[in-house]
Ligand binder design. Sequence first.
Ligand code: GLN
Length: 452
Amino acid sequence: MITLKEALALNKEEIVKLRSDLKTKIEEKKEIGAYIEQLQNKPIAEFGEGIPIAIKDNIQVNGWNVTSGSNILQGYVAPYNATVIDNMLSHGLAPFGRANMDEFAMGSSTESSFYGKTLNPHNTSCVPGGSSGGSAAAVAAGIAVAALGSDTGGSIRQPAAFCGCVGMKPTYGKVSRYGLASYSSSLDQIGPITQNVEDAAILYDIIAGHEVKDSTSANIAHEKVSDKLDSQRKLTIAVIENYVEETDEEIKNTTKAAIKALEDAGHKIVYKNLTNSKYDIATYYVIAAAEASANFSRYDGVRYGNRAESTNLKEMYNKTRSEGFGEEVKRRILLGTFVLSSGYYDAYYIKAQKARHFIKSQFEEILNEADLIFAPVTPTTAFEFGSKSDPLEMYLQDIYTISVNLAGLPAISLPIGFDSKNMPIGAQFIGHAYGEQALFDGALSLEKILKK
Ligand code: GLN
C-alpha cells in the first residue's frame, strides 16, 4: 500500500483511482473484518477526492452512522464532524469506512464488537488486539493508507503492536476529543495508526491543535513535528528494566536487541524500574469505569440510536440498556456506579485518584533524567481468539500501556521484530508531556536502525 507521504503527492484523478482500487481490495480481504460492512455503503461513496483514511467507529463523521461497535447506537447518524475529521478534510484527507472496534472501546481484542470479530492479518486465528483492532488490521492488511484510532489505556498501541504497524497516542489534550464518543474522558485520546513513523508524524500534525469547542483541549499552539524529524538526534533513553525482564521470553530478547541497537547508534541508555504496575490496573479500572458509567447515562433510548419497545418510561430505559449494551460494557457500568456510590467513593474513587497522582510522579522522576522512556507494549504477542475468557486476564493485557494514559503522556508503538510463530513484536517510546518531537525522533531513529 502507498504510504500517506506518497499519497499526499498524488493528483485528484490518482486519488479517485486509489479509492476505487482500495474498495476492490477491501472486498478481496473481507474475511479480515477490519471495516464494519453494514456501515460501509455510504461512507465509501462519499468524500471522493480525499486521501482515504480508515476511521474508528467511535469518531463522528457528519451524516454517517456512528455506533462505537455497539447495538445501542444502531441507527444513530452523526450530525457533525469530529474536529479530527474537519482537520483531515482541510488537508486533503477524507474519512473512508468505519473501522471495527471493541464495544465502546472496552477491550483488548476487538472480540466484543456487536458486528463480530476482526482477524489479525498475520494469522487469522489470532486477535488483532483492541480496542482499535479494525484500524490496525486495515493498515496491516494493506487496505488503508492510514487510520485513526483512540487510546484510553492502550487501544492504539496494543493493536498496532499485534498487527505490526505504528500506533501513536498523543499527550492528553493535544488532539481534540470533540466528536469522539467518550469512554473515559480524562484518559481518551485520538491518534494515528500508520505503516511507518513518518506517516504517524504527518497524520498527528494534521489532527493536532487547540479546539475551542473542547474544554479538555490544550490551549497551546501546535508546533509541527513532521517537517523537523531528526533521526540523528542523540537522546537519553530510560529503559524500564523490570518490564523488559517480566515480559514473554521472545519479546524480552527482541526488546534487548533493540536496546543494544539504540545504544550502538549513539543514544545514551539508562536503566530504571517502574514498580507501580501492580497499582496501574486497579487504578485504571476504577477511574475508567467510573467515568464510563457517568458518560454512558446518555444512552437511554431517548437521545441516540436504538429504542426498545416498551409501555412506560422506566421499562424503556431498562430494556433499551439491557438489550443494547454488551456484557463487558454492563460490567464496567456496574463497577463504575459502585465505586462512585456514597460510602465507597472515598475507599475506591478517591484512592484511585491518589494512586494516579503517584503513578504520574514516578514517570516524572524518570523523565527528569531522560528524554524518552523505552518499554514493551504487551506481555505477549497476539493471542488466539477465545483464549482470554476471564475479564481480569484480558485487563492484564494493558499492564505496560495504561499508566501512560493515567499520566497523560505521549507514546508511540512501533514494530521491532517477529516471534518464532512469525507474529509481530512491538515496543513503545514514552515522552515528556508535549514532547512529541523527541518521541517521533527516537522512534524514527529505531525504525531506521532496524531496517538496515
Ligand atoms: N483495554 C483497555 C480497556 O478495556 C483499554 C481500552 C482503550 O484504550 N480504549 O479499557
